[in-house]
Design a protein around this ligand. Structure first.
Ligand code: PLP
Length: 392
C-alpha cells in the first residue's frame, strides 16, 4: 500500500464536515449556489475589518529591510509583547512576550502543544460534543482522545471528567464558546474544573494541563462574560487564532499562551518552540504576525452573528425544533427530530439544506448548523426546515 495504513484508516472515516462541503459543491453545480443553503462549514462569511487591509498595506509599503527572513521559532518579540500586553489588560494577569508563541492558527497551536507534552499512550480528555479534528491532532502525537459526554445543556460534566481521569491523563481540552454547540462555560464551571484538576494532578504526581482552545472568544452574545482560564489554573495553556474573529482563516495565524507559573515552564516553553520548528511550521507567517501585532483588541462585529443566531433560532423554534440557544461562536446544535441524525441530515439535503450530523462531533441525536452565512440564506432555507421536520 503506497500510503500509511493509519492514514488509510483515517481517510475512510473522513470528517462529516468535509463530506458535506463536497456534497455542497456538487449540489451547487446542479442547482446554482443561490439555491443551496449551506450550513455545513464554519468559514466566516464576513470580510475582515477595514483596518486589516490598511495595516497590511502599511507593512508592505514600509521599506524596513529583512521583513521576509527566518526568525525565532516562537515569533517576533515585539508582536508577542503586544499580544501579551493585550491579554494582560483583558484578563488581569501579567503575561510577558516569553509566555507567548505565535502559531499557524489554533490548529497549529494544538498540534504544537500535543507534540510537546504527550508520551505514547497518554490520554487527553475533552467534553463531547467536540471539534472533530481534536481526535486527529491528539493521535498525531501518540495520544488518545477520550471524549466525556457533557450535560444535556452542553456544560462540562465535571464529576464524569473527574472519574475518567487516569494516571496517564495528560490534559483536559476545552473549547468555549464551543464548536458545535455555541455554549459558553461560566466562571463557576472553570473554578470547579480547576479544583478537580489540582486534586487529580496531586494524586497523579504530575500536572494535568488545562488546554483551552478559544478561537471564538470574541464572538460572544448578549454581553456574556468569557472567564479567563489563565486566571484560574496555573498549569494552563490557552490557544487561539484570528481565523474567526478577524475573518482570516486562510491566513493561518494564531498564538498560544502558557501560564507564567506553569510547572517546569522553561522546559515546556522550549519543547513548544521546538515542536513549532520540527512539525515543519518553523514559525508563523511573518506578514500576518506583524498585521495581528497591530490589531490586538480589534475584531469583526459579533453583533452581526448574534443577529444571524436570532434569525435562525426564531425560525427553527417556530418550526418546532428543539435546541439550546448558542451564547457564542456561530453554530447551532439542535436535537435531531429523527432518531438517526444521519437520516435527518439526508432529509434536509433533499431540500438543498446542508448541515452536519451530530455523530460527526461525538454526539449522535443532534445536527450542527453553521450560521456564518448570509441572512438571506437563513430566511430562504426556512420553508425547507419546516417541510422536513413534518416528515418525522
Ligand atoms: C474549535 C476549533 N478549534 C480550532 C479550529 C481551527 O482553527 P484555525 O483556523 O485557527 O486553525 C477550529 C476551526 O473551525 C475550531 O472550530
Amino acid at each position: 500500500m503506497p500510503i500509511s495504513s493509519k492514514l488509510k484508516a483515517s481517510l475512510t472515516r473522513t470528517s462529516w464536515i468535509r463530506k458535506m462541503f463536497e456534497e455542497g459543491a456538487r449540489l451547487k453545480n446542479i442547482h446554482g449556489s443561490e439555491n443551496v443553503f449551506d450550513f455545513s462549514i464554519g468559514n466566516p462569511n464576513l470580510e475582515p475589518p477595514k483596518r486589516f487591509h490598511q495595516t497590511l498595506k502599511k507593512i508592505i509599503d514600509s521599506d524596513q529591510p529583512g521583513q521576509h527572513g527566518y526568525m525565532s521559532n516562537v515569533g517576533y518579540a515585539d508582536v508577542r509583547q503586544s499580544v501579551a500586553d493585550y491579554i494582560s489588560k483583558e484578563q488581569g494577569i501579567t503575561l510577558g512576550a516569553d509566555d507567548l508563541i505565535m502559531t499557524c492558527g489554533a490548529a497549529g497551536a494544538l498540534n504544537v502543544i500535543f507534540k510537546a507534552i504527550l508520551n505514547p499512550g497518554d490520554q487527553v480528555i475533552c467534553p463531547a460534543p467536540y471539534f472533530v479534528e481534536y481526535g486527529f491532532y491528539v493521535d498525531n502525537h501518540g495520544g488518545t482522545l477520550k471524549p466525556i459526554p457533557s450535560t444535556p445543556d452542553f456544560y462540562p460534566d465535571i464529576d464524569a471528567i473527574e472519574k475518567a481521569i487516569e494516571p496517564h491523563t495528560k490534559a483536559i481540552l476545552i473549547n468555549s464558546p464551543n464548536n458545535p454547540t455555541g455554549q459558553v462555560y461560566s466562571q463557576s464551571h472553570i473554578e470547579s474544573l480547576s479544583r478537580c484538576l489540582s486534586k487529580k494532578s496531586n494524586a497523579n504526581g504530575q500536572p494535568i494541563y488545562l488546554i483551552s482552545d478559544e478561537p471564538y472568544r470574541k464572538i460572544a452574545f448578549d454581553k456574556i462574560e468569557i472567564p479567563s482560564i489563565l486566571n484560574n489554573y496555573e498549569n494552563s495553556i490557552v490557544c487561539t487564532s484570528y481565523s474567526k474573529d478577524l475573518s482570516i482563516p486562510g491566513e493561518r495565524i494564531g498564538h498560544l499562551a502558557v501560564h507564567p507559573k506553569a510547572e517546569d515552564r522553561s522546559d515546556l516553553m522550549q519543547a513548544l518552540a521546538m515542536a513549532n520548528r520540527i512539525l515543519g511550521f518553523v514559525n508563523a507567517n511573518a506578514l500576518m504576525q506583524r498585521a495581528v501585532g497591530h490589531m490586538q483588541g480589534e475584531h469583526i462585529d459579533a453583533g452581526i452573528y448574534q443577529h444571524k443566531r436570532d434569525l435562525l433560532c426564531n425560525g427553527l423554534k417556530n418550526a418546532g425544533y428543539d435546541f439550546t440557544i448558542p451564547k457564542g461562536a456561530f453554530y447551532l446544535f439542535p436535537k435531531s427530530p429523527a432518531a438517526d441524525d444521519v437520516v435527518f441530515v439526508n432529509a434536509l439535503q433533499k431540500e438543498n439544506i446542508l448541515g452536519v450530523p451530530g455523530s460527526g462531533f461525538g454526539c449522535p441525536g443532534h445536527f450542527r448548523l453553521s450560521f456564518c452565512v448570509a441572512d438571506d440564506t437563513i430566511v430562504r432555507a426556512m420553508p425547507g426546515f419546516e417541510k422536513v421536520i413534518k416528515q418525522f
